[in-house]
Design a protein around this ligand. Structure first.
Ligand SMILES: [Zn+2]
Length: 320
């Protein structure tokens, strides 16, 4: 139940400081999954086919590690158990480079498609594989497609019971595939009986509305200047760290094209791949970045209470 933080050397934890604002360390994260495992292709490429597809994730993760090394930044790699099991050397390389290994669940099943027992098994399985490969304790979790929302209040209870220190699984914005628009924009504490916190992915305020600004398709499709403006707003106006994410397949313009996926899915997946690495270099240069466990540690004292259910109901399985 404890939430032990690994001791972090300051140089490892804070990374680059060029052009940095006010010493705020933003959370940099990579959701480690292969190009065929994304939600956008879920109805086109079945999980049963995954093992027959040539993987590209390992080479892409090495590109990302090199890009981070150039800028001397550390980050968190939220990794699928399915991927970790097949690429143990990659897991060790991530850990050896000083990055945090965290869980992205086992095979990218979204949380609201599972009941509590299934979710408990999914996260236990993923964590065991990642810890066995790396030899390092996993204390962070990110739900596939930011799929913790008002439908799954038991998810936080399960994560806390399994000893996680933080989750970064909520997108506090309206989106057609995911999102929990009523959730807080910054760190919150979802349980009265646990110190575990949630670090929502970054949104910015534009014309009185929340807009997604923490990565994903928006980062690739819109000019980099939008992301720079948004993260500056979060750091300077809100005085809080941003939480940014991307995927290894986003730095791989040569990945196979899925011709029979819906047009909108293809647009979201393929637009801007060629410019992604360059944009990421600007991003890591323009702000200070660090591992999510460091951001969680610093945000813990500022996290607001947002208890989703009464203490005695917190462990009840509402999906049962
Ligand atoms: Zn994912």
């Amino acid at each position: 139940m404890n939430a032990p933080f690994q001791p972090l050397s300051e140089s490892l934890a804070t990374g680059a400081s060029h052009g940095a604002a006010q010493g705020i360390v933003n959370g940099l994260s990579v959701d480690v999954e292969d190009w065929f495992q994304v939600g956008a292709f879920e109805n086109v490429i079945a999980r049963g086919e995954w093992d027959s597809i040539k993987t590209r994730v390992e080479d892409n993760v090495y590109r990302v590690i090199d890009l981070f090394a150039e800028a001397d930044v550390s980050a968190t790699f939220f990794t699928l158990g399915w991927v970790a099991k097949r690429h143990p050397n990659m897991i060790r390389r991530i850990a050896d480079a000083g990055h945090e290994l965290a869980s992205h669940g086992y095979d990218h099943a979204r949380v609201f498609t599972m009941d509590r027992a299934g979710f408990a098994e999914d996260i236990r399985k993923a964590r065991t594989i990642i810890e066995d490969c790396s030899g390092v304790a996993v204390t962070g979790y990110r739900a596939p497609s930011f799929s913790i929302d008002h439908r799954t209040p038991w998810a936080f209870a399960e994560l806390a019971e399994q000893g996680y220190a933080y989750s970064s699984s909520v997108a506090p914005v309206a989106h057609d595939h995911y999102g929990w628009p009523e959730a807080p924009r910054f760190a919150f504490k979802p349980l009265p009986w646990s110190p575990m916190i949630e670090l929502p992915v970054t949104t910015a305020m534009l014309g009185g509305r929340r807009v997604a600004a923490g990565g994903g398709g928006f980062f690739r499709v819109l000019p980099y200047a939008f992301s720079r403006w948004a993260i500056r707003q979060v750091n300077r106006s809100d005085g809080r760290p941003a939480v940014f994410y991307f995927h290894p397949w986003e730095v791989d313009p040569d990945q196979p094209r899925v011709a029979h996926a819906p047009l909108r899915s293809r647009f979201r997946h393929y637009t801007g791949l060629g410019k992604m690495a360059g944009k990421l270099r600007e991003l890591v240069h323009d702000f200070r970045w660090g591992r999510m466990d460091l951001v969680a540690h610093r945000e813990a004292a500022r996290a607001e209470d947002l208890f989703l259910s009464a203490p005695d109901a917190a462990t009840a399985d509402i999906a049962a």
